[in-house]
Write a protein that binds this ligand. Structure first.
Ligand SMILES: [Zn+2]
Length: 122
């Protein structure tokens, strides 16, 4: 990979939706012990570049009895996954796909499946 020299004062604008993954997307995990598992994105955490996927990447944590958890014991905690470790699933292709971006005639930016061309945002 060749890096172009940085121009002074030139900044990449952080625009809304710079992540290809959004809340309520269906994603598949591409690496780690949960590889191949699919789930729905419960939350995107832009600050860390991670997503929380419902029911996936769960760790068990032992809790001592407290005012909030009177019983104590073991609770399940969903751990956020790096966005680079998940892929969006295309509802039409029924599998993980690469996502492209394009602007519609009205200027609205949408994501689309690079495989079948299906627009992801409606
Ligand atoms: Zn597709």
């Amino acid at each position: 990979m060749v890096f172009a020299p940085m121009k002074k004062g030139l900044r990449v604008r952080r625009q809304d939706g710079r992540f290809k993954i959004r809340k309520d997307d269906q994603v598949v995990i591409t690496t780690g012990k949960e590889k191949g598992k699919t789930g729905k994105v419960a939350r995107v955490i832009p600050k860390t570049g991670k997503v929380l996927v419902e029911g996936l990447n769960i760790i068990k944590k032992h809790m001592r009895p407290s005012s909030q958890h009177r019983q104590g014991g073991i609770i399940d905690i969903e751990v956020p996954i790096s966005i680079s470790n998940v892929m969006l699933i295309c509802g039409k292709c029924k599998g993980p796909v690469r996502i492209g971006r394009k602007s519609l005639e009205d200027g609205k930016k949408v994501r689309f499946c690079k495989k079948c061309g299906e627009v992801m945002d409606k």
